[in-house]
Design a protein around this ligand. Structure first.
Ligand code: TMO
Length: 350
């Protein structure tokens, strides 16, 4: 069969089947149909190949920032694995939320999938002014980062979640590390907590942990003994699915609260308010990303997590014990239909 086709092909070079119809043989008919299919194939490929073959647009690694709390790490991996499935080279870089900005600005890192208003708004605004980073859209999730307590605390401190009740009960939260003052267990992210405590004249000392996991260890210890504890927490997070508790209600957030001492209940100090209650959650990229890797940038732009989705990915790790990679793989496996819609236009042509 192969030799017949070869011969037919040779003959065809001189006797085009369309011209020499009188000498048509079965061989030529077969060849003609074959050619037709082949040509159609080529034409189809030609019309798609520029977009397909250009992804990945470059072999240069796309560098994805890994911070230090679960949902961010899992979502960074979901993003990275999505790129890898399209042939991109992906590198991860562990950085604190403080250190990430200068590197994004210089293009040493390219993507941060979870920028929270409560902890990062000021830094984002500051670097955005320098023009080297862009926001690749917001997630649907509404965020909150605030002091939080398990519900049983309300029994011994009536009036919660109002902050004035907490202020009155400060002594109940006293701990060997802070006695006689109440202990506020803070996260490892820089926040003006001391300034708030001072502005609201609360009898608390900030006791920061060095990594997010330690927050849950402290919560667990107190929970088992049903001892009062107030700690930094955020939403969406797995904690709200597995523990019954509430955020403390401080005076409502306003931008002036951060820079105008006259604003708010303490006329002499800033930070006499709580964090935003329905904060944004943004995806941020290096300015040249869209040009260098349009498909990867489009995937980032389309990636959109709701509150429930974020709690779920963090619970896979913090409650169910999967590794970050396992959680990302599991999420991708269960959400393939959604994942394949990301970046479609830029990745496949239109
Ligand atoms: C940035 N974080 C979600 C830990 O508050």
């Amino acid at each position: 069969m192969i030799s017949i086709l070869k011969d037919a092909h040779k003959a065809n070079m001189y006797n085009h089947p369309l011209v020499c119809n009188s000498r048509f043989t079965a061989q030529f008919t077969a060849l003609f149909i074959g050619r037709l299919l082949f040509t159609t194939g080529i034409m189809l490929m030609a019309s798609f190949s520029p977009a397909v073959s250009s992804v990945p647009e470059s072999k240069e690694p796309v560098r994805v920032i890994i911070n230090n709390w679960t949902s961010q790490i899992v979502m960074a991996k979901i993003y990275g694995k999505t790129l890898q499935s399209k042939g991109y080279t992906v590198e991860y870089k562990e950085l604190t939320t403080k250190d990430q900005w200068a590197r994004l600005h210089r293009g040493l890192e390219h993507v941060q999938v979870e920028v929270w208003q409560g902890t990062m708004a000021e830094d984002l605004q500051r670097v955005q002014k320098k023009g080297q980073i862009v926001v690749a859209g917001d997630h649907a999730a509404k965020t909150r980062e605030e002091w939080w307590y398990p519900s049983y605390v309300e029994k011994v401190c009536p009036g919660l979640p109002d902050w004035k009740a907490l202020k009155k009960c400060a002594h109940l939260f006293s701990h060997s590390s802070t006695a006689p003052q109440g202990r506020y267990v803070a996260g490892p992210w820089e926040k003006p907590e001391k300034a708030r405590i001072r502005a609201l004249e609360m009898d608390f000392t900030v006791a920061p942990v060095t990594k997010a996991d330690d927050l849950w260890i402290e919560l667990d210890k107190s929970y088992k003994k049903q001892e009062p504890i107030v700690l930094f927490n955020w939403s969406p997070n797995w904690v709200e699915d597995r523990f019954d508790g509430k955020f403390v209600e401080f005076p409502d957030y306003a931008e002036e609260c951060e820079n105008d001492p006259a604003w708010g209940i303490n006329p002499k100090r800033v930070h006499d308010c709580g964090n935003p209650k329905d904060g944004w959650l943004k995806k941020v990229a290096w300015i040249k990303m869209e040009k260098n890797w349009p498909c990867a940038f489009a995937i980032l732009s389309d990636m959109n997590f709701s509150n429930a989705m974020i709690s779920q990915v963090s619970a896979l790790v913090d409650a169910d014990g999967l590794s970050h990679d396992q959680a990302a793989d599991k999420w991708i496996e269960e959400n393939q239909a959604l994942q394949t819609t990301w970046g479609n236009k830029a990745c496949f042509g239109s």
